[in-house]
Design a binder for this molecule. Sequence first.
Ligand SMILES: Cc1ncc(COP(=O)(O)O)c(C=O)c1O
Length: 544
Amino acid sequence: MKNLTTQDPQISQAIQKEQSRQLEGLELIPSENYVSTAVLKAMGSILTNKYSEGFVGHRYYAGNTHIDEIESLAIDRAKSLFQVPFVNVQPYSGSPANFAVLNAVLEPGDSFSGLNLTDGGHLTHGWKISATAKYFRSYPYHVKKDGYINFAELELIAQKHKPKLIWCGATAYSRIIDFAKFSTIADKVGALLVADISHIAGLIVGGVHPSPTPYAHIITTTTHKTLRGPRGAMIMVTDKGLSKDPKLGQKINQSVFPGLQGGPHNHTTAAIAVALREASQKSFQTYAQQIIKNAKALEIAFRQHNIKMVSDGTDNHLLVLDLSEHNALGAQLEKALEIAHITTNKNTIPYDPSSPYYPSGLRLGTPAITTRGFKTKDMVQVASWITQVINHIKKDQLPEEKSQRAEYMKKLEKKQPLTVKLGIDPTSPDIHLGHTVTLNKLRQFQDLGHNAVLIIGDYTAMIGDPSGRMSERPQISREIIMENVKSYEQQAFKILDKSKLKIVYNGEWFSKLNFEDVIKLISKFTIAQMFEHDYFDKRFKEGV
Ligand SMILES: Cc1ncc(COP(=O)(O)O)c(C=O)c1O
C-alpha cells in the first residue's frame, strides 16, 4: 500500500477504511468471502497489463506464452475439481457467464425457464428486467408455500412451453438442489439443463452438497462466493452435455469470445487458478463442513428465539429470515444491523406481502465468518445479537407512506436520529388513558436514540372552542393552563425520559401570528382535512 498511499491518498484511505470494516464487522452476506493472500497477490499482479484475446494456443496478440500456461492451469484444475471435460474461465463475472450460455445455445425469442427472482432465483435466470428476459422468452417457476422448489409447476411449464433450456441453482435458496429431479424434467422435453452453482460451488467441491455434473449439460459458477476466489466466473460443459451436443464447448467459447467479450482478465484467471488449487486441498473440505455446521447452528439458535425462516431452516450456507409478521422489517433490519457492524442483506421472501424494495426477509450466510474461524458456539452468539436487534426495531413501524419511508430509511442509513413530535392540549390537569399509548410510543423512539419533542398546546387550550359548545374544549385562563401543564409534565415524565425530552409550547409561535398569517394558514387546509378529525365531523353532522 506504500506507493498507493503517496500516489493516491484518497483511494488508499478508502481501501484502508473498507479493510477495517471487513475486519471489525461481521460479514454475513452469503455471496461474500475473504480470499487468501495468495489469491490477492495473483489478482493484484502485473498480469493485468496483458491483452490476450482468444484461447490457449490461439491468441490474437503476441507474447502470451505465460498467459497460456496460467489459463491452462486454471482450466485443468477446474476440470479435475468438477469432473468435467470442458471449461471456459474467461467470463468477467457470473451474469455475463449466464448470458453467454443463453447466447451460445438459444436464438433470440427462444424460451427458457428459471427460478423466479423473488423466490430465490438470480436476475439472469429470466427476471423481467434482465437482458436474459428481453432477448429470450422466460417462463419462471417458483417455490411452494413451504419454501421448497415447486417441481410440479416446473413440470407443467416444461410440458406446456417446451423451453429449450432450464436453469437450476439459486441465489437465495437454503435447501439442497435436487439436480436429478431437474434432469428428469429437462430430459423429458429435450431441454438443456444448466446448473448455476455460483452460491454452492465451494460446498460441492468440499463434498457437502451433491454435484450437478452427472445431471446437467452445462454448469456455470462465479468464483468468488463459497469457492473463495476472485470475482470471476467459469462455464463448464459435462460429459452429458457433450454427448447431447459435441459442439457445446465450441459454442460456449465462441459466445464468450468474440460473442460478448474481448480480452480475458488474466490477473483474474491466475487468481481463479490459485483459488481452485486451494479448494482441492483437504483443509477446504473441513472449511466446507464448517460452513454447513455454522449455518445449522444459526438455524437452531433462531428457532429457539422464535424467529421464522423460509423453508424453516437450511441445508447449505445460507438462511432467509422470514420477518413478514412485522411490517417490512427486512430493509430496516439490514440498516439497523449495519449500524451494529453486522452486514447482511434484505431479501424478498416467497409470496412476500411487502415490496421488493422493503421486503420481509433478511438473507444471511456463513461462508465469510467461517473463513474467519467462527465455530458453532459463536453462531449462537451471532443469532442472539441479531435477535436483540430484531426485538429492538420491531417495535418501530416503518412509515406506511412511500415518501416518508424513503426519508426514514435515509435517516437510518445516515445514522441520524429522527425528530418525533407529539402534541397535547392541557385542557385538564390529568392525562387520559389514550395519551399513554402515544407517550409510550414516544418513549420507544427515545430508547432507540431518536429526538422526542413534546408540544404543549398552551395557546390552543386558551382558545378552546370559542363557541362554548364543546365541553371537551373549554376556554381556559393562562393560570389554569400553566397549572395543567405542570401536572401534565409530571405525569408524562412517568413514561418519558425527561433528560432526553424537548418541551415546546405552541404559544411560542401562535401568539405571534397576525390576522394575515391566520388567513394564509387557513388557506392551506380544506374542509375535508378538517372533517378527518373525528369530532369536527361529529359536530357538523349534529349541527353543533
Ligand atoms: C446464482 C447466481 N448466479 C449468478 C450471479 C451473478 O454473479 P455476478 O454478480 O458476478 O454477476 C449470482 C450473484 O449473486 C448468483 O447468486
